[in-house]
Design a protein around this ligand. Structure first.
Ligand code: 6R9
Length: 663
């Protein structure tokens, strides 16, 4: 057996298969014919997808790839993203349809916003921003909790041709300041605070700090801070800069005519952390981005805008929120749920209460959430009627087969298919995913490239690997929602994504992947997370999935820690399921042995962890990605590194305590 197939063999143990539900197939938005059409004429296919939007001027050319890797899509076309997400639905007679069922964290704090109301508020916000001197090409930073005004501010920017950069509300004032400086934002939209775990937490103080830091370098950059009153907590006020949203926006006219933008006009910059160095400002433009997010949202989830109630349970400060809370769903005229808080406030059944109350039909979330619910136990969702759910989605990480099956059975009633969607901030929209009316689901596999997307798994030389083999994931042809560059840094853009396979002109995604015997794709995590144990390359994902398949384990994170004899050794951090803990199970030596042997049985002796540490939490980013670098610091007994991009920076203290007791 070659090294590659040896280390990747364990995935072929997964033999569960799920056919698409017959009633869904009977009226599916997308069928096999769509794949065939796209394969026959890729650009023609995307052109048809673009026709679902309303354009001012039609494009003359679908794709300009004359100067790779700088793509232009729908060249010569003009449109307004905000108009497409809001006004056109009102004009089509759907003004009374709810666009957003907003659910605040405090119970009974809700708002239903129709498309007509959304149009009024977006127009008002556009007028208010415009009065502050924000115009086409200006940058606006948005640092907000999950409230409707976040989406409204984004759409108001799009309406004016201003470029937004949303900074996750959990990030520090440093993170905000560096992003404001990097992109040159002149206005910051924020709120006094938001609700998190049952209590109001402040945002404005962090903005004040950030503004002061920015002023040290660029005194005249930030000219206004627009503040939504959400919690009513006291805030410091600077009369020169600060303006209340309810004054400026509330007092503005509801009439605003959106301007047509060039298809390639920048829509937003979203910062994403690089493994090293400063965050990268991913630039997305208007026409291609909106085409792909709207079309994939409609196709991947089989969306029926008249009847579905759609919920992406994620933060708008993550690309998933941009593409599948704001732009995709609204461009399709969807009725969505938007939830402000955490899943366990005030109780662990909050999500399921929301699903039941609003009759949610499509739910899209991250595997980390699913594993948390598994940990809490199936009896919690069982208390609610979840029968409205018909399609489920997963995003952000590989979904462990065990979590997939649990999601399908416990949340989806054993019938709702799971769409495991692989994509990135950089790709803008879905790239590899099953489609609910076409694909047979395999737990743990993202299956095949979306119609019109060309992806491959290649070896180090860029040669496609055969079925049953693993390698690196590349995208071989440009796609509409691709990032156009890194903000202000074309060189880093070329270097980061296009230099690895420059000869072939492939986009290097940075993920490892495997093609199974049927040629279906399995994502294996970031290439940087691959370990090398005694010369064997192993994916952290696979060992984690093996651990999670043990009935007592809810979550697992695996890192390769330096080891004198083997180069690297497998170190595992696990969170036990609540049922195991309730049974009095502790981090006993017996349990640790059992888990080590379990991995050996599932994958092989080479993967058996040197160390298993039982911990109460894992360090995660805003999108639920485990920050293995920090765990590596613990495993290698080092001072823990930078924690500023953690969703909860106190987690590392809990882990350090935990790791000292059980290893
Ligand atoms: C949308 C998003 C991108 C990275 C990506 C990959 C991982 C996302 C995945 C997945 C396996 C999936 N990832 N979805 N891995 N299966 N379905 O997450 O964007 O935050 O930029 O992260 O996330 O490693 O390269 P972003």
């Amino acid at each position: 057996m070659s090294e590659k197939s040896e280390t990747l063999a364990s995935l072929s143990h997964e033999e569960r298969r799920y056919a698409p539900p017959e009633d869904l197939v009977a009226q599916a938005n997308v069928t096999q014919a769509t794949y065939d059409e796209a394969a026959a004429d890729r650009l023609g296919f995307w052109e048809k997808a673009a026709e679902r939007l309303e354009w001012g001027q039609r494009w003359d050319r679908v794709l300009d790839w004359d100067d790779p890797p700088f793509a232009k899509w729908f060249v010569g076309g003009t449109l307004n993203a905000s108009y497409n997400c809001v006004d056109r639905h009102v004009e089509a007679g759907h003004g009374d349809r709810v666009a957003i069922h907003w659910v605040g964290e405090p119970e009974d704090d809700t708002r239903d916003i129709t498309y007509a109301q959304l149009k009024d508020e977006v127009s008002q916000a556009a007028n208010a921003l415009s009065d502050m001197g924000v115009g086409k090409g200006d940058l606006v930073a948005i640092y907000m909790p999950m409230i409707p005004e976040t989406a409204i501010a984004m759409l108001a920017c799009a309406r004016l041709g201003a470029i937004h950069t949303v900074v996750f509300g959990g990030f520090s004032s440093d993170a905000l300041a560096s992003r404001v400086l990097d992109c040159g934002a002149k206005v910051i939209v924020t709120s006094d605070g938001g609700y998190r775990r049952g209590a109001p937490s402040g945002l404005k103080p962090a903005v004040d700090e950030a503004v002061a830091k920015v002023a040290q370098e660029k005194p005249d950059l930030v000219t206004n801070v627009l503040v939504v009153r959400r919690t009513g907590q006291d805030v410091e006020w600077n009369d020169d800069l600060d303006v209340w949203w309810h004054d400026a926006v509330g007092g503005a006219s509801t009439e605003h005519t959106p301007e047509q933008m060039d298809a390639e006009h920048p829509l937003f910059v979203m910062y994403t952390s690089g493994t090293t160095g400063k965050p990268k400002g991913i630039l997305h433009t208007t026409g291609g981005y909106l085409t792909q997010t709207a079309y994939t949202h409609w196709a991947t989830f089989d969306l029926k805008p008249e009847t579905d109630v759609y919920w992406t349970a994620a933060d708008i400060g993550w690309i998933t929120g941009h593409s599948y809370i704001v732009y995709g769903p609204l461009a399709n005229g969807t009725t969505s749920v938007m939830y402000e808080g955490t899943p366990d406030t005030p109780h662990k059944g909050r999500w399921w209460e929301i699903v039941e109350k609003y009759g949610v039909t499509i739910l899209y979330c991250a595997p980390t959430a699913i594993r948390t619910f598994m940990k809490w136990g199936a009896e919690i969702p069982a208390e609610h009627d979840l029968s409205s759910l018909r399609v489920l989605g997963s995003v952000g990480e590989p979904i462990n087969p065990e979590a997939y099956v649990w999601y399908r059975d416990t949340i989806g009633g054993g019938t709702a298919p799971v769409m495991d969607t692989w994509w990135q901030t950089e790709t803008g929209g879905h790239m590899i995913t099953p489609l609910p009316g076409v694909t047979h689901g395999k737990p743990g596999s993202a299956m095949t490239p979306f119609p019109g997307i060309s992806a491959e798994v290649v070896d180090d030389e860029g040669t496609p690997v055969g079925n049953g083999e693993g390698g690196l994931l590349v995208i071989t042809e440009p796609w509409p929602a691709m990032l156009r560059t890194l903000w202000g840094d074309d060189e880093r853009f070329k270097e980061t994504y296009w230099s690895r396979f420059a000869d072939q002109g492939y986009y290097f995604a940075g993920d490892g992947a495997k093609k199974d015997e049927d040629g279906d794709l399995w994502l294996l995590g970031r290439v940087d997370d691959v370990m090398n144990v005694s010369g064997h390359r192993m994916s952290t994902t696979e060992i984690e999935s093996a651990l999670v398949s043990h009935p007592k384990v809810a979550e697992a994170a695996v890192v390769g820690a330096a080891d004198e004899t083997t180069g690297q050794a497998v170190c595992a951090f696990v969170i036990l399921r609540e049922s195991a803990l309730a049974g009095g199970e502790e981090a006993s030596d017996d349990l640790i042995q059992e888990l080590r042997m379990h991995v050996q049985k599932e994958i092989g002796a080479i993967a058996k962890p040197r160390q298993v540490m039982v911990v109460p939490e894992l360090p995660k980013t805003r999108s639920g990605k485990i920050m293995r670098r920090l765990l590596k610091d613990v495993a290698e007994n080092r001072e823990v590194g930078d924690v500023t991009t953690l969703a909860d920076s106190t987690v590392m203290d809990l882990i350090k305590e935990g790791s000292s007791s059980g290893s």
